[in-house]
Design a binder for this molecule. Structure first.
Ligand code: DAK
Length: 267
């Protein structure tokens, strides 16, 4: 895999891939280059990790302590033509869909500002861990914009439509305590180091379970999010049936009966 990018750091350790958005001088704002490099990285990773040979879990974070991602690059946007803005929007939206369609769980580890596009990228991950300094928000209306990387859709689904509207219309900051209370954040940590360690521990424990079953649960839960319950149940029933053909299902149930630990292969 190509791991050399100007605006991203990519590393894999103990089956956990970490992507760090690395533009700390601009508070890791999402420039066209970040979106384009992220798109190449995620596409290549998705293709090459079909058998879970690269990683079974992923962390997305921002470089240094001040910001996760302070939004789309406002300076870059001032000179964009309508065509460039459309390409920018499509790349950004595609990246959120790529995070959702990866076969492994992705934890957004949020330190400092996660505003606008930063909040939107975090929401496209499976869930969010944060430090006490984390600040969330969709301040686009202050710039004469609306959220454009899925914020009008995903925030409502996470925290409820009325709360999402209240946050979006005001463009106000949401501190970490409130973010946890309304279900945007799952766990809060004192420091960035503790948060990354917490995410690593979580993913390492999760890896004892079947990666194939986790992938299917992720797929069905994400797909069901856009469906009425009866249709979602249909997707669930199909996936539940299909997984009976997997080695992991046979191994997991046999290990239970034989009173031993299962050895999952993701097949
Ligand atoms: N873009 C570009 N540069 C940014 C930035 C951003 N979003 N946020 C911060 N920076 C830069 C600052 O300009 C400054 O650079 P220099 O002046 O030193 O060159 C440096 O980072 C440090 O920032 P500050 O000096 O401002 O630091 P402070 O601690 O004073 O303030 C702050 C931190 C986060 C409160 C402040 O920087 C701030 O308000 N930043 C903007 C936050 C924001 O409004 N974010 C939302 C952006 S709008 C679209 C799809 C999606 C979107 C747009 C279009 N399409 C469909 C086309 C998404 C839009 C957004 O995300």
């Amino acid at each position: 895999m190509n791991t050399n990018y100007e605006t991203l750091l990519f590393e894999v350790e103990n089956n956990i891939a970490t992507i760090t958005v690395n533009r700390p001088k601009a508070l890791n704002a999402l420039s066209e280059q970040v979106h384009s490099e992220l798109n190449s990285l995620l596409r290549e990773f998705k293709e090459e990790n079909k058998d879970f040979s690269i990683a079974k879990g992923m962390i997305l974070t921002g470089a240094e302590d001040k910001a996760f991602i302070a939004g789309a690059d406002i300076k870059g946007m001032t000179t964009m033509t309508a065509d460039q803005a459309e390409t920018f929007a499509r790349l950004g939206q595609d990246n959120t869909l790529l995070f959702e369609s990866l076969n492994i769980p992705v934890i957004a580890c949020v330190n400092g500002y996660a505003l606008g596009g930063g909040c939107e990228m975090a929401m496209s991950c499976d869930f969010i861990f944060a430090t006490k300094t984390a600040v969330f928000g969709q301040p686009e209306v202050k710039l004469g914009l609306i959220p454009g990387f899925g914020g009008t859709q995903r925030l409502s689904k996470l925290v409820g439509r009325n709360r999402a509207k209240e946050i979006t219309y005001s463009g106000r900051n949401v501190g970490v305590e409130e973010a946890k209370e309304i279900g945007l954040v799952v766990s809060v940590f004192e420091t960035k180091e503790e948060m990354i360690e917490g995410a690593t521990t979580y993913l390492s424990k999760m890896m004892r379970n079947s990666p194939l079953a986790i992938h299917e649960a992720k797929r069905v839960m994400n797909e069901g999010n856009d469906l009425v319950v009866s249709e979602g149940l249909n997707v669930e029933a199909k996936a539940f049936g299909a997984i009976f053909n997997s080695q992991d299902m046979k191994e997991g149930t046999a290990a239970f009966v034989e009173k031993r630990k299962p050895v999952f292969t993701g097949k």
